[in-house]
Design a protein around this ligand. Structure first.
Ligand code: SAM
Length: 480
C-alpha cells in the first residue's frame, strides 16, 4: 500500500461526479494506492505461449492468465530475484520473447484482433511510442501486411525503434509527425487504425505516483482539444468498412466519452460504435451504456483505461487533402544485387524466401513490406521495414535485423547460446566455444529458442556482431 500517494481532493470530487453508481469511491482510492501487479505479454513472433509457460515453470516464476489476452500473464518472481536481476535483464526479455506491458494496456489491440486476421492489412498506430501496442499489433498481424507506427516525440521514436528491433518486427514503417496530418496526407488509406491518444494519465497512478501532481480540469480540456483533432484525422485516414480504436489511460469523460461523441457528431451516419461488451468474459463489468470499455482500477485490479471501437460505414470527402513534396531517397534493388543477396542468405542460412521487396539507398539494402509500395510517396518515413545488408566492394555484409526477424527460418549456421555465452554476447564480447569449429562465415545466434543476432564463426570463438547501441551492462540473465 502506498499511503503517501498524493491524490488531489479536487480530482476525487471530479471522479465522484462520473463514477458509475455500482462502484464506490473508497474502493477506487484504495486500489490507486495498491502496487500494480507486474504483467508481461508473450511475443508470439519469437516464442509460443506454451513454451513461455514451460519456461516459467523451469525458473520458478508464478504466472496467472490475463482474461482478455491469450498472450498476457501476470507474473511474480521471488523477492531475491526481483532485487538481483531486473526483468529487463532476463534472457526472456533480452531475446524479445516477452514485453513488459500493463494488463489493461493489452486491451486496445485486442479490440482489433478479429479485424487483423485473414488477408494482410494496412494498419496505422497514430501515437505509438514506446511501442507496447505496436509490437502487440505486429504479432497479431503475424508480421504480415504493413503497420505504420507514428510518434510525435523524437526521443520516443528512438525507443520505439529499439523495441521493434528487440521484438523482431519486420512489417512496420516509422514516421515522426503530429498524428493530425494523416487524414489529409493519407486519406482513406488504412484498413484498421489504433489511436492510443496522448492523455492526462489519470489511470496510471499505481505505476507513477506523480501522475496526478499537476492535475486540473483545465488541462483535461486542453488535452481533449488535441484528442479531438487526432480522432477526426484518424477517421479521415480510415477506409470505409475499417475500424478505429480510440484508447486512453485516463478516466475523465472529457478525454473519453466526450471525444468519442465529438467523432460521432462530426460524421453523422458515417460512423457507428462497435460495442466491446463481449470482447472477453467479464467485459460487461466495465462496459458503458454506449458500448465503450471504461476500466476502473478496482474492476480487474489493473491500471485505469478507456477503449472505444468505431466502424466507418461509408466514404467521407476530405476537401483538405495534401500531397507530400520532395524526393523518395530509395530505389528498388537492381536485379543483380537482389540475386546476390538471395544467394547469400540461401547458401549461408538455407533461407529460401522472405516476404517484402528489396530497396537500396547508397550502400544500404532494405527490406520493405510489400504493402508499403503504394504508400511510399505519401509521407516521409523515419524508416521502412528493416536494414538487411550493407554493400561493400566484395559483396554484401548481412545486418543484425536480418537475423532477428528471419533467423527462425534458418536451416543451417545457427547456434544456441548457453546462459554464460549469452552474457558474453550481450556485453559485446566474443562468444567462447568449447571446441574449435571449422564452420565459416556468419552464424545466427539464438537464446530461449529465439534468434537474437549475428556472429561470425572464428575457430574457438564466435566473433560478436551485436550493434554497439544494443550492448548491455550490469547483471544479465543469471542471478544465482
Ligand atoms: N501506444 C503507446 C504504447 O502502447 O506503447 C503509448 C502511447 S502514449 C499513450 C501517447 C503517445 O503520443 C506519446 O508517446 C506521445 O509522445 C505521443 N504524442 C503526443 N502528441 C502527439 C501527436 N500530436 N501526434 C502523435 N503522437 C503524439
Amino acid at each position: 500500500m502506498n499511503d503517501k500517494l498524493y491524490i488531489p481532493n479536487n480530482f476525487i470530487e471530479d471522479v465522484k461526479s462520473y463514477l458509475p453508481s455500482h462502484l464506490a469511491i473508497d474502493d477506487f482510492i484504495e486500489y490507486c494506492k495498491r502496487p500494480l501487479r507486474r504483467s508481461v505479454r508473450v511475443n508470439t513472433l519469437k516464442m509460443s505461449v506454451n513454451d513461455f509457460k514451460q519456461s516459467c515453470l523451469e525458473r520458478g516464476w508464478t504466472i496467472a492468465a490475463i482474461p482478455w489476452c491469450e498472450e498476457g500473464f501476470w507474473l511474480e518472481r521471488t523477492a531475491e530475484e526481483e532485487q538481483t536481476l531486473p526483468i529487463g535483464n532476463t534472457d526472456l526479455h533480452l531475446s524479445g520473447c516477452i514485453y513488459v506491458q500493463e494488463a489493461s494496456s493489452m486491451l486496445p489491440p485486442m479490440a482489433l484482433r478479429e479485424a487483423l486476421s485473414g488477408n494482410p492489412k494496412v494498419v496505422l498506430d497514430v501515437a505509438a511510442a514506446p511501442g507496447s501496442k505496436t509490437t502487440q499489433l505486429a504479432a497479431l498481424m503475424d508480421n504480415q501486411g504493413l503497420l505504420i507506427a507514428n510518434e510525435f516525440s523524437s526521443s520516443r521514436v528512438k525507443v520505439l525503434a529499439a523495441n521493434l528491433k528487440r521484438m523482431g518486427v519486420v512489417n512496420t514503417a516509422l514516421s515522426h509527425f503530429d498524428g493530425a496530418i494523416f487524414g489529409d496526407y493519407m486519406s482513406e488509406c488504412f484498413d484498421e487504425i489504433l489511436l492510443d491518444a496522448p492523455c492526462s494519465g489519470e489511470g496510471t497512478v499505481r505505476k507513477d505516483e506523480h501522475a496526478l501532481k499537476n492535475w486540473s480540469i483545465e488541462s483535461n480540456i486542453d488535452i481533449a482539444a488535441v484528442q479531438k483533432q487526432l480522432i477526426v484525422s484518424a477517421f479521415h485516414a480510415l477506409k470505409p468498412g475499417g475500424h478505429l480504436v480510440y484508447s486512453t489511460c485516463t478516466l475523465t469523460p472529457i478525454e473519453n466519452q466526450q471525444v468519442c461523441q465529438y467523432l460521432l457528431d462530426s460524421f453523422p451516419g458515417s460512423v457507428e460504435i462497435v460495442s466491446l461488451h463481449t470482447l472477453f468474459e467479464g467485459a460487461e463489468k466495465a462496459t458503458t451504456d454506449e458500448g465503450y470499455l471504461h476500466v476502473w482500477p478496482q474492476i480487474f485490479d489493473s491500471e485505469g483505461f478507456f477503449i472505444a471501437k468505431f466502424k466507418k460505414l461509408e466514404r467521407v470527402e476530405n476537401s483538405n487533402q495534401k500531397t507530400k513534396k520532395g524526393n523518395f531517397p530509395f530505389s528498388p534493388a537492381p536485379k543483380k544485387e537482389k540475386q546476390f543477396f538471395d544467394n547469400l542468405i540461401s547458401n549461408q542460412f538455407g533461407l529460401k524466401s522472405y516476404s517484402g521487396n528489396l530497396y537500396v539507398r547508397d550502400k544500404e539494402v532494405w527490406l520493405f513490406p510489400h504493402e508499403a509500395t503504394e504508400l511510399l510517396e505519401k509521407i516521409k518515413y523515419q524508416r521502412i521495414g528493416i536494414l538487411v545488408g550493407t554493400t561493400h566492394k566484395n559483396g554484401i555484409r548481412l545486418e543484425h535485423e536480418l537475423a532477428t526477424t528471419f533467423g527462425h527460418l534458418a536451416t543451417k549456421n545457427t547456434y544456441a547460446l548457453s546462459q554464460s555465452q549469452a552474457i558474453e554476447y550481450f556485453k559485446g564480447q566474443d562468444v567462447t566455444l568449447e571446441e574449435n569449429t571449422k564452420n565459416k562465415g556468419e552464424v545466427i545466434l539464438t537464446l530461449c529458442g529465439a534468434p537474437i543476432g549475428l556472429g561470425k564463426w572464428q575457430g574457438h570463438k564466435i566473433k560478436n556482431s551485436l550493434p554497439r547501441d544494443l550492448v548491455q551492462n550490469g547483471n544479465l540473465i543469471s542471478w544465482g
